[in-house]
Design a protein around this ligand. Structure first.
Ligand SMILES: [Fe+2]
Ligand SMILES: [Fe+2]
Length: 320
């Protein structure tokens, strides 16, 4: 039997995608598909890990024991999301070490939203409601991504994200039922996070060069603008329930066009933050690098322990 040619392999790959079947790590895949997935999944993993910082900084200042416990659980979930996603990326032939290097050397991208500061307690509410809310809109369709390990990781992540969004909504709701100062704090935070959250879906469709290929590969299922529309459609009734105002006076639903009309997004700001000139880019990376270096002894100890255990198993022929 002769080995299949590259063309035959490509044909099998295309047939699997066309039939909505999953591509698994053992399957042949085009190099560009592999590279796209490594880039997307590792950026996604980095976002989860860097995303722990703005909220992690509030754990010691949460206003009650209950709030502290919820926030700690949420930040821990984000660490878990990072780990599932690093594992999914590793099945494509990149090591965890290499991904960590790319992040702490500043070569890797992650979601720009985490380069904004979180100066008030209400930000814990607005981040959960808006940032985790946008993440859900982006991520629910990824549960059906054509690459198996990515899609499966997303299923669990999405379940946890919906809890994150609800806890954020509930923080804002409590503030909105509080004193005038608390209501003002909630509104001020929504004003700051609304536009950056809309930017999380990426540039408009006509300026998003990689989208078409990702959609053809069934990694991405909806365009940036479609997802942004969905998100705004979800926010409007929730904002009304909260009693907050979304900071876009032009926002309304156009019955004839069947879509939300919104003001122009400030893409200059988006590109500045993406290029590393956001309010906190340098600090976020520095914190991550410090944490990695300070954690070296834990990794060494774990490796030494694993080696000792493996040696004992080899000597006795059974697991220690
Ligand atoms: Fe997450
Ligand atoms: Fe989350």
């Amino acid at each position: 039997m002769t080995a299949p040619t590259e063309d035959e392999l490509h044909g099998e790959f295309d047939a699997l995608i066309a039939a909505d079947q999953r591509i698994e790590p053992r399957d042949w895949m085009p190099e560009a598909y592999r590279r796209t997935l490594i880039r997307q999944i590792s950026q996604h993993a980095h976002s989860e890990i860097i995303g722990m910082q703005p909220e992690g900084a509030w754990i010691t200042r949460a206003p009650s024991l209950k709030r502290k416990a919820i926030l700690m659980a949420k930040v821990q979930d984000e660490a878990g999301h990072g780990l599932y996603l690093y594992s999914a990326a590793q099945t494509l032939g990149i090591t965890r070490d290499e991904m960590t290097r790319q992040l702490i050397d500043g070569r890797a991208k992650y979601s720009s939203i985490f380069n904004y500061p979180a100066p008030s307690w209400a930000d814990m509410g607005a981040i959960g409601w808006l940032v985790d809310g946008a993440a859900i809109c982006n991520q629910v369709p990824l549960c059906r991504a054509s690459y198996g390990p990515y899609g499966r990781a997303m299923v669990r992540i999405c379940k946890e994200e919906s809890f994150h969004q609800r806890q954020g909504f509930e923080i804002l709701l409590s503030l909105m039922q509080g004193t005038p100062a608390q209501r003002a704090m909630a509104q001020e935070s929504v004003d700051r996070w609304y536009w950056p959250a809309l930017m999380m879906f990426g540039p408009p469709d006509d300026a998003s060069p990689n989208s078409a290929q990702s959609m053809a590969w069934k990694i991405k299922r909806f365009s940036n603008d479609e997802l942004r529309q969905r998100f705004v459609g979800m926010l409007v009734p929730q904002a009304a329930a909260l009693g907050v105002t979304l900071p876009d006076p032009a926002l309304h639903f156009d019955e004839e066009q069947g879509r939300w009309i919104m003001s122009e997004i400030d893409w200059t700001e988006f590109h500045e933050v993406l290029a590393g000139r956001g309010p906190l880019n340098a600090e976020r990376i520095r914190n991550r690098r410090d944490a990695h270096e300070e954690g070296a002894w834990v990794r060494e100890a774990a490796a030494a322990y694993a080696a000792k255990k493996a040696a004992r198993t080899a000597a006795t022929g059974r697991a220690a």
